[in-house]
Design a protein around this ligand. Structure first.
Ligand SMILES: C[S@@+](CC[C@H](N)C(=O)[O-])C[C@H]1O[C@@H](n2cnc3c(N)ncnc32)[C@H](O)[C@@H]1O
Length: 719
């Protein structure tokens, strides 16, 4: 276990107390520059926003740019920023935790909310810990290392409960949780220290039922990108769906009927692919990696199916669209571009802009009194890791040069400048070692790094994967040329310095884009794939195939999915959004027959191969959009007992939900990486005759703000 203790020492000044209340009067404005500095608090250095966009002066606000304000932090938004109020005006503060009192400088103001940079931590939260990573302040891969892991888990559970209540208008059972500061909190209410929902409406300024406006789309944008990437898969896997969902998905907007945005996402990619990032799964648009790939790929490379052609139409039947308001207009997605950085996390979260309860605006006042109903949905504590470090099996590292020396690491916040990095403490050590070895070899061979401004230079990214169960390793060199110079020397050096390497691949990406992978991948040496196990099932993982990045927690997630599916061996099961068939094959062990559907052709090819290598014959897979294929299966007479869905962040297509309701399975198991769209979709299914009984949060991405959950719904009406 890494050093994750040290609670509460950082920067307590103790001199100011917490101030009274968190409502409209909690922020007190002081003269600029009058705050104390250097009293040991977290200075909010590198994580402050870069207000690089010219700002329009908005008059009549309680604060102005450069003001110094004292704030009580009353929640944390889904980007991991503390939420404070200054005379009723919402300010987002990177690095501040709920329950803290801080002095901060206002960086920028918008009509409904603004950003501030913490200058002095006046009173620290007991949940505050010293972030163990030296570059936490600069790297976007993790957002909440400074929060005690128990508090992270509690916050994630709260995110789920809040979304169910506020967006889904669902009844959540009261749950007594020990909060990080030892106080007992009613986790079903929304005014706990870790609840943010109450702030959303105020932050976006939208009245309940208001459709997402430009501002909310903008706000939501931040969440775009990476968030999902890992979960969604790489460019190949996401390309097909990205065009239709790009904007919506990234924006966290939850309404149906989004318009697709096609080009904007292209800048999404700045980020570290090394660490968390959802470059993969990270959200705040800060992580390049796959997220970027996904988005960018979808917009630019219509290679994998109809949705990728940029014509994405997620149009929902009016009734549904109406039910959830928030038809959002796309754009959001592109927001992760560096120059927009300062706007993005606002997310204040368009997510629920249209759904938020008005009384929420009061500042942490609880939503409708839903909590105490024992008949409500059970949201148990988040299933976390005993050691929430070194959990990732894949790193995607951008390469650059510093004074002529090959370096690789992460993009400095708000720029595309690459900062060298030797270790990432959420990566498996083997990934650190592989990346380091490749950098050394590259230097020895005199390899140049790709320069995205000039389009010159050779090595763009190094992607490394390690299979936790077998120890097999893969190195992928992504270059800006079709030929890899000195290929033999590369192979000799990598095989010598990377013990256990099973596969060395070369991917060609000559496009001037931030997308990591190009379309051509060649095996330079060894196997085309490495193998890993989840439970007893063996999976072949190729250079570009999507595979969950946290294998330990994947087993937990799939185990819960299987448990909720309640299989006896006689059931027909549909696995919608099945990817490479990971969940399908898990289920097939206990079901009569499993039908998997996935929009990306390559994923389905992998799924079929994986079924074969495991000798599984009762699973079949079809390429296509779930919302197209499953209605067809219905016409063909397939009658599932259980339907499992594991959609991208944008949630299920409305047509799919309608089909599920018509098919009337006994149970629906909904695996989600976005509590907002989960809540929206559960509302539809509830209205269609299902009852949500449990929603189990699972921590797939410790130290980041990403929230994963699996929900069980049972059919209430009879066929
Ligand atoms: C969250 S991933 C789930 C993958 C898989 N269940 C797993 O756990 O590895 C979502 C998947 O849905 C796919 N997808 C996106 N839109 C789709 C659609 N309309 N129909 C079917 N699959 C889709 C993506 O390509 C991606 O593989």
């Amino acid at each position: 276990m890494k050093n994750n203790s040290g609670r509460g020492n950082a920067g307590k000044s103790g001199g100011q107390g917490r101030g009274g209340g968190s409502g409209r009067n909690s922020g007190s404005r002081t003269a600029q520059g009058s705050s104390r500095r250097g009293d040991g608090g977290r200075q909010g250095s590198g994580r402050g926003r870069t207000a690089s966009r010219p700002q329009e002066e908005i008059t009549g606000l309680p604060v102005a740019k450069n003001d110094e304000v004292q704030l009580d932090i009353i929640g944390m938004n889904h980007s991991g920023e503390g939420v404070g109020r200054a005379d009723g005006y919402t300010l987002f503060v990177a690095g501040a935790l709920p329950g803290e009192r801080i002095s901060a400088k206002v960086l920028m103001t918008k009509k409904q909310y603004g950003y501030a940079k913490m200058n002095t931590l006046l009173q620290a939260s007991p949940a505050r810990v010293e972030a163990p990573c030296e570059i936490f302040d600069r790297c976007g891969g993790c957002q909440i290392q400074h929060m005690d892991y128990g508090a992270q888990l509690e916050w994630k559970r709260q995110q789920v409960a809040d979304s169910l209540q506020r967006i889904g208008k669902l009844n959540v059972q009261t749950f007594e949780a020990e909060s990080a500061n030892g106080a007992s909190t009613n986790a079903a209410s929304t005014n706990g220290a870790f609840g943010e929902a109450a702030l959303m409406k105020d932050a976006t300024g939208l009245e309940e039922g208001t459709r997402v406006s430009t501002e909310t789309a903008e706000a939501g944008a931040h969440a775009a990108g990476p968030s999902e990437a890992e979960k969604q898969g790489n460019a190949a896997y996401e390309a097909a769906s990205a065009a239709s969902s790009a904007a919506n998905e990234g924006s966290e907007a939850i309404g149906y009927a989004p318009e697709a945005s096609s080009e904007q996402p292209l800048q999404a990619l700045e980020e570290t692919g090394f660490g968390g990032g959802e470059g993969d799964e990270n959200s705040d648009g800060r992580i390049a990696g796959e997220a970027a790939e996904k988005v960018a790929g979808g917009a630019t490379a219509p290679t994998f199916g109809s949705a990728a052609d940029g014509t994405g139409t997620d149009a929902a039947p009016n009734s549904l669209a109406k039910a959830f308001g928030a038809g959002t207009s796309a754009a959001a997605d592109g927001m992760s571009a560096p120059e927009l950085d300062a706007d993005t996390s606002a997310a204040a979260d368009s997510v629920s802009a249209s759904e938020l309860s008005i009384d929420a605006a009061a500042g942490g006042v609880s939503a409708p009194a839903l909590g105490a109903d024992a008949g409500g949905i059970l949201v148990p504590p988040t299933l976390g890791m005993s050691d929430p470090w070194r959990y990732r099996n894949k790193a995607q590292v951008p390469m650059g040069e510093e004074n002529g020396r090959l370096i690789g690491g992460f993009y400095a916040r708000g720029s595309h400048r690459i900062v060298d990095m030797e270790t990432c403490i959420i990566q498996h050590e083997a990934n650190d070692e592989m990346v380091e070895a490749v950098k050394e070899i590259g230097r020895e061979l005199g390899i140049t790094a790709y320069d995205e401004e000039t389009g010159r230079g050779l090595l763009r990214h190094v992607v490394v994967k390690v299979a936790f169960a077998t120890g097999e390793k893969m190195v992928v060199l992504v270059t800006n040329s079709d030929r890899l110079p000195k290929a033999e020397q590369w192979i000799a050096a990598i095989t010598e310095r990377v013990p256990g390497v099973k596969s060395i691949c070369h991917n060609v990406n000559t496009r001037q884009t931030n997308v990591i992978f190009g379309d051509i991948t060649r095996v330079l040496w060894g196997e085309e794939v490495i193998h890993d196990y989840i439970g007893d099932i063996k999976f072949a993982i190729s250079a570009r195939s999507f595979y969950q990045v946290n294998p330990a927690q994947t087993e937990v997630l799939y185990g819960k999915t299987l448990e909720y599916a309640g299989l006896t061996g006689n059931e027909t099961v549909i696995d919608a959004y099945c990817g490479i068939g990971t969940i399908s094959l898990f289920l097939a062990q206990k079901a009569k027959r499993v039908y998997g559907v996935e929009i990306v052709k390559e994923a389905i090819e992998d799924a079929r191969k994986n079924a074969e290598i495991n000798g599984i014959t009762n699973a079949e897979f079809e390429v296509g959009a779930s919302e197209d294929v499953i209605p067809r299966w219905k016409e063909q007479g397939i009658t599932p007992d259980v339907i499992v869905v594991d959609p991208p962040r944008k949630g299920c297509d409305a047509r799919l939900l309608e089909t599920i309701i018509e098919m009337q399975p006994e149970r629906v198991v909904y695996v989600s990486c976005n509590p907002a769209t989960l809540a929206r979709d559960l509302r539809v299914l509830e209205d269609g005759g299902f009852k949500t009984t449990k929603v189990q949060p699972v921590d797939m991405f410790p130290q980041t703000v990403h929230v994963e959950a699996v929900a069980l719904l049972t059919r209430q009406n009879s066929k």
